[in-house]
Write a protein that binds this ligand. Sequence first.
Ligand code: ATP
Ligand code: MG
Length: 418
Amino acid sequence: MSQKLQPARGTQDIFGEEYRKQDHIVQVSTRLAACYGYESIATPIFEYTAAFRRPLGETSDVVGKEMYSFMDCGGEELTLRPEGTAGVVRAVISNGMTQNMPLKLSYAGPMMRYERPQLGRRRQFHQMGVECLGVNHPLVDAETIALGFEIMKSLNVAHRIQVQVNSIGDLASRQAYRQALVEYFTPFLSDLSPDSQARLTRNPLRILDSKDAKDKAIIANAPRFEDYLNDESIAFFNEVCRGLTVLNVPYIINRQLVRGLDYYTHTAFEFVTTDLGAQGTVLAGGRYDGLVQLMGGPEIAGVGWALGIDRLALMIDAPKLEAQTIAVVPIGETENIAFSTTMYLRNQGLTVDFLYSGNMVKRMKRANKIGAVAAVVMGEEELQTGQVIVKNMETGDQDIIKISTLETYLTTHFLTKK
Ligand code: ATP
Ligand code: MG
């Protein structure tokens, strides 16, 4: 028995309603980002492994256990991109764009991570993201979050989403906090999960991001970041919050919020919904002032986010098919003129499907199936006097009209102008 081929675990074919939803999310978000001055960029879906390992950090979940890394036939160490920011920053440096600051770039496309597949969590998933480089100003963080929130509004999901923000401070604050965490967690070392034990020496902040239940109980009483933020960090965060208020973005401060990747500073934020179970984060991001330099570029500030297209698709209805299709049905020896009429109408921007064969009943069924609003029936007899039959597929009414007026007739009777 031959085994049916399935898509690889954690991947899916995207078509029909799911395709329309994802496409809609990309269109809406990219269009809105453009209104905020973002220009699209597409980077390769694989990079040298080093492009991800350094910026994301050896202790991150992504580098530690989620990357699809391989050696190609030429012996190059490559990785399928697990996220967008590192690739965009690499592109900015490689192409000398660091001379053109500030820079606002957006991207959309597939990302790959080796994860346990479940609702809202796949091995190939899709993100749309924005990166604003070269502006070290707290109001930019607020503006960037506002863009995310406006996208949620346009997708009609803003009321089901909570905007959570936090500050993870500047480097000095983080070092002080890190020290406090090491002192707190060390006595609990043997009770922590193996992952968190490894994090304690390498990156204790990341323990706070643990999803392990036992870890969570210990984390509950850990020192709090807000007690270790220095005055600069507090002032910066207060400005971000002020900006959000000015921009009418409702938010809450979640002091537990830390981002899973190494390169964040100051502002961290997530858009969270309770609709998708454990996979409730639909957009996540923050400020990453050290990243460009870490990747070998000059000292350039940055802030950005990525939204999960697949997760958002679970929250929206599929947009209707836009096209209003006209079916052209040749009867007898009328195919040539039916074809040229079809081509003419298509060139005028109409959506026209040509129905080849089968008896009249079958073809009308087919016209219904493709959702045609009208069928243009081209019979030999009518064509002799330059006429065709147009059938309204909804009411069943028919009209005989001159072929020279067909386009106007179809447009005025069936097509809603966009
Ligand atoms: P999580 O905590 O859910 O693993 P993350 O912190 O790893 O998320 P980010 O790297 O910040 O996620 O990615 C930004 C967004 O991309 C997430 O908020 C989510 O909406 C989406 N996302 C991340 N990983 C996946 C995945 N495996 N499948 C589907 N969507 C994902
Ligand atoms: Mg993850």
